[in-house]
Design a protein around this ligand. Sequence first.
Ligand code: ZN
Length: 550
Amino acid sequence: MVVVSLIALASAACAHAPRCDRLLAGGVVHVPGGPQRLEIAIADGRILALVPPAEAAPWRRAAAEVVDLAGAQVFPGMTESHGHLVGYGAALEQVDLDDAASLEEVVARVRHAAAKLRPGAWVLGRGWDQNLWTDKRFPTNRSLSAAVADHPVLLGRVDGHAALANAAAIAAAGITRATPDPPGGRIVRDAAGEPTGVFVDAAAGLLDRAVPPPTAADIERRVLLACRHLAAFGITQIDDAGTAAPELAVLRAMHAAGRLPLRVYVMLDTHDDGFLDGELAAGPRVSRDGMLAVRAVKLFADGALGSRGALLSAPYSDDPSTRGIEVTSEARMADVVGRAARAGFQPCIHAIGDAAVTRVLDIYERELGVRGDVLRPRVEHAQIVRPEDVPRFAQEGAIASVQPAHCIADMPWAPDRLGPMRIAWAYRWRSLLDAGARLCLGSDVPVASPDPRLGIWAAVTRRTPQGTPPGGWNPAERLSPAEALAGYTSWAAFAAFEEDWRGRIAPGFAADLTLLDRDPTAGDPAAILQAKVLRTVVAGRDVFVAGSGT
Ligand SMILES: [Zn+2]
């Protein structure tokens, strides 16, 4: 009723428009029916009315501020449906090893960074990917340990599922040849049984524990840094895939003090039962302003494909000795899903390999039954899905939370991992959609850039930004531009229970907006990557304005 009356009010061109905080004028607004020239009246963080320019005069008089958008294309505010907020901030502070073309380059970048730190301080880095190097085997730490001897060094692999540590870090963590592989992890060893420096999945946790924990000030600094970068990409909300207790405490304090720039949809980290039980007992909580939502939990069924941690139902094609890693037991996952469901929390489970996806769908079927439609369980990544599992997403009300940028990053080596039959099961967004599944799109930042333009480009073309392969990789699984955009807006809103107030531009909806200099969904897909973010608006406030340093 409220929505209907506001539209009527707007079109009546009444002489006394209601008070509004801002009027965004002169934009091309992408409302559900298609782009239209409309002025957006905003009050109290919400869209009060969408006004045709010819009827805008009273609104201009009533507005505290009129912003001329100069023809900008106005889209619903983008949501990053799967990212790691504090991890992104930490990554931005770390030695950036993305695109390092060799181990020598990794060592050189680390040595450069270490020279700026006090002796003994940890050097943290991330982003190395041996698949980009001439020698595609895991590296050893020999040259790193020699080059940087007096700092512990810990370098995360690009997928976050393996780490390279130097000798000082291994010593600081108390790891020796006698240290057994932890459950769900692997210490890579040489022929003599000595750790080589690479720690896969849960084994990397042995190193993480030796790093001094971040203070609340460290966490807040990282949140703000991450939010600044996300806002510059046009992102208005991040679904944080695994928020730990100290992080949630900081987010709550920031929100209470009005210092949280973007909306955060929390998926609770489930490693600490005390923390989890406390949050579940308190019940789902969404702040009145919708800036901070705590109503989901995050689990890991398996690892990642690049480090052969993804759990497959048959051995890896390029390493018959392994089927991947079960990161969390089926019993533990079922227990947490059951507890979360009873408390009204949405389960979100990382599942990349086909066996992991099957297992997660089995758990949802058993633990949730028909409540799947109510709790909207999510399969995070859903990367390799067996044909018989494709229709189960719709049947169980499970949402596939996918990251198109992974597809174009993985395609050089994913066929080797999976072999010719299973590769057809990978990144199968079109199959899922056609089978009635709901999708939401993201990047898994900092695993990939959170730039929605890259995600939309990857979803629409299945080509690298450089254009390979020309016809797209398994192009039958592409999404349309409108679908990819929905994956970042209205579908993402559904995945976070927000479809009644976010994800579309409509009266009564949150004034979360992403302004671009062109419409990436029209015409040549090249426009997707060329689009520039002009302004990002959250709850009516600018969190990014191009060229202003905001
Ligand atoms: Zn993730």
